[in-house]
Design a protein around this ligand. Structure first.
Ligand SMILES: [Zn+2]
Length: 357
């Protein structure tokens, strides 16, 4: 195997000598005299070449009796920013592909050994690449299921090649319980409170993780019903006085959205919807983006319509600023809680921005 070849080891040795961090994950090197193994980039003294042995993974080195170096921690280093970025790119790729690529293909794309890639992916995402790909595909399928006219259309649009496969996969995955799949909010406890704002009545609902809903209503009586409608299977109760502070802060933010305030959010949606919502959170008060610009931002340039769909299904008004997404020609476009409210919000934010300059 060329893997063991002299040239290959020479290239590795060069990475060791240069302390090349970017070679991390491609191999580890062990030092016979110390019994310790390191990864490229280790700050410790460079060992003598003749005492060095290369291994493809930490496990392989440990099987040969070496123990991990305490300085470079070859097994447990947190991922670098560049690695996270790379993993995010792989995620986006997995969200779009129709056929699941093999682990080797993905690792090659990332420029890492399959062993290390799988480990890094799991560390960053919390799922294996395969689980993630299946998860995204199922999310796409479910999203289409609710918006398409026929099931066969949904299957076709979400990239499944045959319908029987789609049923097999969804049947298995509908039972999964990551947040995005908690259809109807089964198994979560939600508390809510309501108050009056400059844009009418507002209901704020939260799980233990954060705010899961902010909606406008025309009268206070309809608000509890809105929460129940959004999370029909959740355990819902009206909040006590401990909720007052959060409620007050949300109302203050709605009335004065340029304040620097960060709320914990519990976004309940598909992988794709969350991607759109996160992109919306990067639009500052006073700024706007078109649906197409948002689509481009999430690297889905033809996804304007899907972006509009995700905006329309946003349950967290103002804190996820879907009101800052407008039509290409500058017209406001639709708003789940009425175009009037959208216009008011936009005008107010624009005015604040120009007066503060
Ligand atoms: Zn080391």
């Amino acid at each position: 195997m060329t893997y063991q070849s002299r040239n290959h080891d020479d290239a590795k040795w060069e990475s060791v000598v240069k302390r090349d961090l970017s070679a991390r994950g491609e191999f580890v090197y062990a030092v016979r005299t110390t019994g310790v193994y390191c990864q490229p980039g280790c700050p410790a003294r460079i060992p003598n070449r003749e005492n060095v042995v290369f291994f493809s993974s930490p496990d392989a080195a440990e099987k040969s009796g070496y123990r991990p170096c305490k300085k470079c921690n070859p097994k447990g280093l947190p991922p670098t920013e560049r690695q996270v970025e790379m993993i995010v790119k792989i995620c986006r790729y997995l969200e779009e592909v129709d056929e699941l690529p093999t682990l080797n293909e993905l690792a090659a794309r990332a420029g890492l050994s399959p062993w290390y890639f799988q480990r890094l992916f799991k560390k960053v995402v919390g799922l294996t690449p395969k689980e993630y790909a299946t998860f995204s595909q199922v999310s796409r399928f479910r999203k289409h299921l609710y918006s398409s006219k026929t099931i066969s259309e949904a299957i076709y649009e979400s990239g499944y090649s045959s319908s029987s496969r789609a049923y097999e996969k969804t049947a298995a995955h509908l039972a999964m319980t990551p947040t995005a799949f908690r259809n109807g909010g089964r198994g979560i406890r939600i508390t809510y409170g309501s108050a009056f704002s400059s844009l009418g009545w507002v209901v704020v609902a939260a799980t233990e993780k954060g705010i899961c809903m902010v909606e406008f209503g025309d009268n206070p009586e309809e608000l509890p019903g809105k929460v129940r409608q959004a999370f029909p299977k959740a355990e819902i109760e009206e909040a006590g006085s401990d909720f007052t502070d959060l409620l007050r802060r949300v109302i203050a933010y709605i009335d004065n959205p340029d304040e620097v305030e960060v709320f914990p959010l519990d976004m309940q949606g598909t992988v794709f919807q969350k991607r759109v919502w996160k992109a919306l959170q990067s639009i500052p008060p006073g700024g706007t983006m078109s649906y197409r610009e948002v689509a481009e931002k999430i690297e889905l340039p033809k996804g304007s319509r899907a972006v509009a769909g995700a905006c329309a299904s946003n349950k967290i008004a103002v804190l996820i600023p879907c009101h800052r997404v407008v039509k290409q020609d500058g017209r406001p476009g639709g708003y789940r809680w009425g175009t009037d409210r959208k216009l008011k919000l936009l005008r107010r934010e624009k005015k604040k921005e120009t007066t503060s300059k």
